[in-house]
Design a protein around this ligand. Structure first.
Ligand code: TYM
Length: 329
């Protein structure tokens, strides 16, 4: 039996090259070595208010982007989180073994709650639901960007605590990070992670943006006052552009260093823009083809749900039994 991989993306905002390089690209690379499950985590998205009609459309868009990026629906399951009831149910069961202090320490919770007037309880519970997503499938590996590392550590802590209270139940999941592109920074502010919720016009490169917009954003990216690329003295903006290039091109460190040493920033930006545009072109083309059939994504999501639901139900049932809950149906 193949080991299992699980990961997810929130259908909130537009997916950007950070999501692609940090997560989707790894999924495509490893999908055939694992039994793969990729979730559109809509229950996570509603931890902050989402317009219902926009959310519904976004779920389908994200599923289509998974396919356009290269996820093969024959070998991998693409699932809308809310379609598999066990995620929410297991999240409650895990909430009951999770100390609230663990949740209050999460850096994403702190950052997101500072930006809200009223903090929904869901925002605090967010990482428990994420733990449920992973543990419900007994996933061995979770490919994510660097910002999710802390949530993965918490997932292991929750699993360990459950196992020690109720007996060995959960597999310990490993975090899988890409070597380059695990943390893509904003083009307008290279000190900040590129983020879907950031709305600044020059901040992120959306996966579906036209080449002219992508080029303009990269040409305007924040750099520094050095005349050209100096690897002994790389500013955050230049470092970010170089790692975007390297992640898309899969060049080695040596190749990147040799090619870009001394290059003026204008030429660097043009080279990076060419690489990003050329890399996204096939994805955008496939996206257009996939979405031309309006019923296709629905069918993929139903297939995915039907394939993974038995695994999820079995885990929830075991957990309920271990905890002494009433399980006779
Ligand atoms: P989300 O939707 O914010 O991001 C989806 C994936 O993209 C990665 N990512 C980045 N990688 C590199 N650079 C960036 N600037 C960047 N921004 C985002 C994220 O690390 C993530 O892998 N909590 C998760 C969704 C989730 C999940 C799960 C993930 C819910 N349940 C179970 C894995 C397993 C999130 O908000 O991702």
């Amino acid at each position: 039996m193949k080991p299992r991989v699980l990961s997810g993306v929130q259908p909130s905002g537009n997916l950007h090259i950070g999501n692609y390089l940090g997560a989707l690209k790894s999924w495509v690379k490893i999908q055939r070595d694992y039994e793969s499950i990729f979730c559109i985590v809509d229950l996570h998205a509603i931890t902050v208010y989402q317009n219902p009609a926009e959310l519904r459309a976004k779920i389908l868009e994200v599923a289509a982007l998974f396919l356009a990026a290269g996820i093969d629906p024959e070998s991998s399951s693409i699932v809308a989180q809310s379609a598999v009831h066990g995620h929410a149910e297991l999240a409650w069961l895990l909430t009951c073994v999770t100390p609230v202090g663990w949740l209050q320490r999460m850096t994403q919770y702190k950052a997101k709650s500072e930006a809200q007037e009223t903090i929904g309880d869901g925002l605090l519970q967010y990482p428990v639901l994420m733990a449920a997503d992973i543990l419900i499938y007994q996933a061995n590996v979770v490919p994510v960007g660097e910002d999710q590392k802390q949530h993965l550590e918490l997932t292991r802590d929750i699993a360990q605590r459950f196992n020690s209270l109720y007996g060995e139940t959960f597999v310990m999941p490993e975090t899988y990070l890409p070597t380059v592109g695990a943390r893509v920074m904003g083009l307008d502010d290279p000190e900040k992670k590129m983020s879907k919720s950031e709305t600044g016009a020059g901040h992120a490169i959306g996966l579906l943006e036209p080449p002219s917009v992508i080029r303009k954003k990269i040409m305007r990216a924040t750099t520094d006052s050095n005349p050209g690329v100096d690897f002994e003295n790389l500013g955050a903006g230049v470092r970010n552009l170089l790692s975007i290039f390297q992640a898309f091109s899969a060049w080695s460190d040596d190749q990147v260093r040799t090619h870009f040493t001394g290059m003026r920033y204008g030429d660097l930006k043009k080279t990076v823009a060419d690489m990003v545009v050329a890399s996204l072109e096939p994805l955008q083309k496939r996206y257009a083809e996939i979405t031309a059939d309006p019923g296709y994504i629905d069918r993929i999501l139903q297939e995915g749900r039907d394939r993974v639901s038995p695994i999820a139900n079995a885990t929830v049932n075991t957990v309920k039994q271990r905890m002494g809950l009433y399980t006779r149906s």
